[in-house]
Design a protein around this ligand. Sequence first.
Ligand SMILES: NC(=O)N[C@@H](CC(=O)O)C(=O)O
Ligand SMILES: [Zn+2]
Ligand SMILES: [Zn+2]
Length: 349
Amino acid sequence: MTTLTIRKPDDWHVHLRDGAMLQAVARHTADHFARAIIMPNLVPPVVTRADAAAYRKRIMAALPAGSDFQPLMTLYLTEETDAADLVGAFEAGEITAVKLYPAGATTNSQSGVRNIENVYPVLERMAKAGVPLCVHGEVTDASIDIFDREAVFIDRVLDPMRRAVPGLRVVMEHVTTKDGVDYALSQAENLGATITTHHLIINRNAILAGGIRPHYYCLPVAKRELHRQALRKAATSGDRRFFLGTDSAPHIDPLKECACGCAGIFSSINTMGCLAHVFEEEGALDRLEAFVSLNGPAFYSLPANEVRVTLKKHEEPQKFPARIDTGEGAVTVFDPMFPIHWNLASEAG
Ligand SMILES: NC(=O)N[C@@H](CC(=O)O)C(=O)O
Ligand SMILES: [Zn+2]
Ligand SMILES: [Zn+2]
């Protein structure tokens, strides 16, 4: 049996939701990760310091007894955001970052930013205080092809914003293109990028070839194979600018399997097994720790976790549920379309 011992991973982008869904999914993230950046796109969104404190309490209450999982809270940036409230929350350690959703770009982004220049004053305050900005990087212009929205965002919004607010620390969330990878690599400072598990595994064929498969639909949508290859190269390179953000984003099956299905892939249960498979395939198991446990904390100026975990490769494929039950309905688990032989040693199997 092959084993790999690494520092405990963190997830730098996850959706834990609220209510019954939070109760069902929180423990899966807490099982595998020491910390996670908690996305604020609830309805209504987590906008103020008080909202974040209240949401954090609900998350803590949803964790299994004795869990030492640490949620790292974020605020949802709006054109009305109060900079003093935001900086106060950051300086008190109550939030770790702020999230920019272009209005209309993705799930629950209606309250997001319509004109980026309207938030430059808040971004300047964030740059001064050292508050990182996590960015969903897609334009919403209906005339731009959905497969091009990330690349166009870099030119039209991200790069001008970073020039206008020098010193702002930015994370390109869930990069899905070679363009995203190349932009991150071209910048020496103040820029990181998260990569999801599923974008290392699927290209757009998974959604569209041989029938429409809504459980592979997420935003940004998976792109063509050359982009998946660029993401694999970046993630397995060890380069400090790239780190794991699973973007595990549960929606109940009836909301995925319908005429206008929601975007989001739920992967928190089998993410680590999938990643070990991908890194092994790329001959890069020795760089998995950088991607899941070292580069993220370094970007966020946090210590890496001291606790170690062991991943094991088993002869037999490991069993993961095809779906989980939640108080709201079933949620389908990401199926990587290959048998997963790896799991965390503490897991069953
Ligand atoms: N990634 C997704 O497809 N969906 C996310 C939103 C997001 O991260 O863009 C969600 O909240 O469902
Ligand atoms: Zn997003
Ligand atoms: Zn997300």
